[in-house]
Write a protein that binds this ligand. Sequence first.
Ligand code: FE
Length: 292
Amino acid sequence: MSIQQLGFLAFEVTDLVAWAGFAERILGMGVTRTGAGLELRMDGHARRFFLTEGPRDDLTAMGWQMADDAALDALVERLRAEGCDVTEADPAERGVRRLVRFRDPARNPNEAYIGPTMGAAPFESALVPSGFVADGLGLGHLALRAKNRAESLRFYAEVVGFRLSDHIVCEVYGHPVSVSFLHTNARHHTLALGEGLPKRLHHFMIEARSIDDVGHAYDRVIRSDVTLQNTLGRHPNDRMLSFYADTPSGFQFEFGCGGRLVDDDTWEPMTHGCTSEWGHHPPGMLRPRKPR
Ligand code: FE
């Protein structure tokens, strides 16, 4: 009865034109202009990202795909039992069969739905020829603001139905980091919760099937005016090899490959003492050296 996958993300952005170019030429996604804004594709689903114009430059919805009416009804029941306000919304807005809206304890906007629209054929990216690891595993993952991490963790695990993957507690360049990771399918994590974030969304992650496609995306960022935030590196928990850079809205994207899959029968949550086994340095650390 749990969520199948992260089906879509919706952002309100100040610059739709910048986003269209960025999604197409940096991320390698398919871009469709609609009356409401932009829709982005990356796999068999007809729509993975919804972008509308507005001042917020932040997340306006996370879309959780449920298997069927019974699973969606059961989620609504659990949410209402928690005192959560759940409203039915117009499913046409997301191209789905049924859609509900609710908020988490930090007031982050959630949507749950059944019956996504699939594309006539899977999207093939010219810039990411190996393709994205998405489809049944969802579009990727997101790192979300929690006002109180314990409270959000309880909500997403006990009410929404995520399973705990692990935690990372450490210091990175003098800043304390404390993040909890949750999964809802075999992808190591679909949702990460952290406190003290300036926006609802810290980053979303998309995963290519080949390391070369990550390298080419890294080159596209370095050759463009997109701001690189973290160099290539490997995370200890999901084993993702990735880099981080800014989207046109200021929140970041992570572009990676090689993410680990988890098996609930044998998975044991633990706490890691670093965010990266190697790499993920801020590029400002790469000081020019004096010539010898
Ligand atoms: Fe991430």
